[in-house]
Design a protein around this ligand. Structure first.
Ligand code: ATP
Ligand code: MG
Length: 399
């Protein structure tokens, strides 16, 4: 048996000139994620219809739930164009909702086959009547219904109820490709997710400081990247070995400047790698004021080490909202695993809170970090994390 999904697209609909390009990108993306089994994706009048074998329906839903550009989807039933069959399908669709105690509904009908004997108003009235008869506790509420039954009469009739919401936003890649600075924390995976939703395809960069940071810390970042890969449809994770950089900072910089200089070195490395990879932007999980050192002054200082766009989608986000998003997208439980961060080498008691721009640039530049950073970038190791239907979850922490 076939499972049929009706897919709604969001913002793409608002694109004038290049809508076709956005749509093609989205269709290619959906098909690519479903490439391990047979699927048919067609579009008509601004709607997409996806057909897969019933045994692949759960995987199709998983893919739809994680594809940016998909606003939502509903499992639809396709019936012959007779009122009996249409009403029967609507009753089947309503039964689980009625069982859940939903008590108000409306029917919304569309008829593009003008040869069909009833107009859309007539279809809605008949279907509504059948529902009221079968479920006497239900009432019609056209303004604020708990549930809506949709009927579309085209070459066949399609019946469905409210669907599930998707990621929304724009198809991956429509905004170019950026480099996500991915740490093991809560924020940066969420920042990556938000930019994916704006159409930015991502590669990730993690700064590792082995042996000061452990193999487990890297595995945690890999699992976070693998999770993001289910939204992006696959992702490259680059690891830069930053131990030498950190040791040089520890040797040459004043303790209160170590964190700030590490950030500047990270930005420098990100700039080099992004340019080598042809990426257009750098994404960071910084949030203004979240920790004392995340100030506009410090962001200005570190930002001076790239001329690419720096995207900080969490700059204005409350931590509680970030945590909520992290839980929803499945990264939170991985992020809170206790493996150490890359900055364990330094923990200044009084880090610089508001970098003085000219002064700090001169001091940093005089220490000559370019070569050691360039060496770390030259030695970057890359793994490819494919799209999978089973993203990693937080593994048990070994004792
Ligand atoms: P996160 O939860 O994302 O780690 P945070 O609030 O802990 O963020 P910081 O540790 O100050 O903040 O890092 C700010 C941003 O710098 C991170 O969101 C991330 O984008 C980047 N970053 C920090 N450490 C690393 C790292 N080891 N590798 C790659 N990027 C990093
Ligand atoms: Mg962090």
């Amino acid at each position: 048996m076939d499972a049929l999904f009706l897919i709604k697209i969001g913002e793409i609909r608002l694109k004038d000139g290049n809508r076709a390009e956005f749509e093609n990108r989205l269709k290619r993306d959906i098909k690519r994620r479903l490439s391990s089994f047979h699927s048919e994706l067609t579009s008509r009048e601004g709607r997409y219809y996806l057909k897969v074998d019933e045994e692949n329906a759960a995987q199709a839903e998983f893919a739809l739930s994680r594809t940016p550009g998909v606003n939502g989807w509903a499992r639809a039933v396709k019936t012959p164009k007779t009122m009996d069959r249409i009403a029967g399908a609507a009753l089947d669709a309503m039964a689980p909702l009625a069982a859940r105690g939903i008590s108000t509904f409306k029917v919304e009908s569309r008829r593009s086959d003008k040869g069909f004997p009833l107009d859309s108003y007539g279809i809605s009235r008949e279907v509504g009547g059948a529902i009221l008869e079968r479920f006497p506790a239900m009432r019609v509420d056209v303004h604020n219904p708990h549930a809506t039954v949709y009927v579309e009469v085209r070459e066949k009739a399609y019946v469905y109820t409210d669907g599930t919401s998707g990621v929304r936003g724009l198809p991956v890649g429509s905004g170019g490709r950026g480099l996500l600075l991915l740490s093991g924390g809560i924020d940066s995976p969420v920042a990556g997710y938000m930019m994916l939703g704006r159409g930015l395809a991502l590669e990730s960069l993690y700064f590792h400081a082995y042996p000061y940071t452990s193999r487990e810390a890297w595995e945690k970042v890999r699992d976070l990247a693998a999770n993001l890969a289910t939204y992006s449809g696959g992702m490259l994770l680059h690891t830069a070995h930053f131990t030498e950089v950190q040791l040089k900072i520890k040797k040459d910089a004043l303790p209160e400047k170590t964190t700030l200089y590490l950030r500047a070195c990270m930005m420098l490395a990100a700039d080099m790698l992004a340019k080598r990879r042809g990426l257009n932007s750098i994404v960071s999980g910084e949030s203004l004021g979240q920790v004392a050192s995340q100030t506009a002054e410090n962001m200005r200082f570190t930002g001076a080490y790239t001329d690419l766009a720096i995207l900080r989608p969490l700059a204005g986000t409350d931590k509680e909202d970030t945590i909520r998003t992290a839980r929803t997208i499945g990264t939170y439980d991985i992020s809170i695993l206790p493996y150490e961060d890359c900055c364990v080498l330094f923990s200044p008691k009084h880090p610089v809170l508001k970098a003085k721009f000219e002064e700090e640039r001169a001091a940093f530049d005089a220490l000559g970090f370019r070569d050691v950073v360039a060496e770390a970038v030259a030695g970057v190791e890359t793994v490819e994390l494919p799209f999978t239907f089973t993203p990693p979850r937080a593994a048990e922490v070994p004792r």
